[in-house]
Design a protein around this ligand. Sequence first.
Ligand code: TXA
Ligand code: MG
Length: 312
Amino acid sequence: MTDILPPTPEAIAEAARHILDGGLVAFPTETVYGLGADATNDEAVAAVFAAKDRPAFNPLIVHFAEAAGVADVAPLDGRAAELAGAFWPGALTLVLPRRDPCPVSLLASAGLDTVAVRIPHHRAAHDLLAAAGRPVAAPSANPSGRASPTPAAHVAETLGAAVSVIIDGGPCRVGLESTVIYPSGTSPRLLRPGGIPAEDIEAVVGPLARPDPGAAPASPGMGSRHYAPGRPLRMNALSAGAGEALLAFGPDAPEGAPNLSPTGNLEEAAANFFAMIRALDTANNRGIAVMPIPESGLGRAINDRLRRAANA
Ligand code: TXA
Ligand code: MG
């Protein structure tokens, strides 16, 4: 039986106990729901990979209540410190060199010499991380290859059997996963577009090296098959073809189709994205046709997820 609990102090304390006991807990962040485990416990981290059926070469993001906690696992200096100062707590993940020794399970890093770290902004996430007092490894709380959950109910539907507690913080405000940055090297690198627009990050650290869609993935989880709905998806569609359902965007959309944002607001579109894709993926249609989304701001991250889904 999975308990779906509102984020009361009692529920947070219960969830923190589960994490310290090596269990798995789903919790809200401002981006998407996470499937959390004690990042210092190899078996708990292994249980996360098993629950998601996630390939073990795809490393996990490690979450902390405060930026100060990061220092134990990785140095936070130079560009990384600038980015942390500008965007934490928030939808930014930094890939940093692991300290040696490092308390975070090497499995969470998938054997790499780097560790991805993030300080979420969501109050319930913060309180849970503070109560656990440990780094918490948390991928998005969906089976590998499926859409990330933005309400708690979607976690319960697909991963309910694996988690004993789901903290229900309501729908996620941002709705897309965090932006992943590798800040070291000659120029900082965008590993995954996400909830903080690349333009905002470039305003702080200058031009980002972008992922090359044709190249081998710099971030193991960025393989083009990473995320896909169960039926074919077509981008830049102006209308639905035979057997397709239309996912609309903007004011010029046909009446009646689900619309990511009738006003053309990319933040609203991001917040609606996964839940709407998911609804169309369980509806009575053979394919999904998505109207054009502008390639700017959060539109880049939405188009990135759509390209992945279209290529699968
Ligand atoms: O918003 C988010 O980032 C959510 C919430 C729960 O924090 N988490 C999330 O985790 O989306 P996940 O596991 O679904 O995606 C993590 C991404 C993957 O693309 C993974 O390959 C990349 O981060 N990543 C993790 N550690 C890395 C590392 N050491 N080097 C390069 N990429 C890494
Ligand atoms: Mg994910």
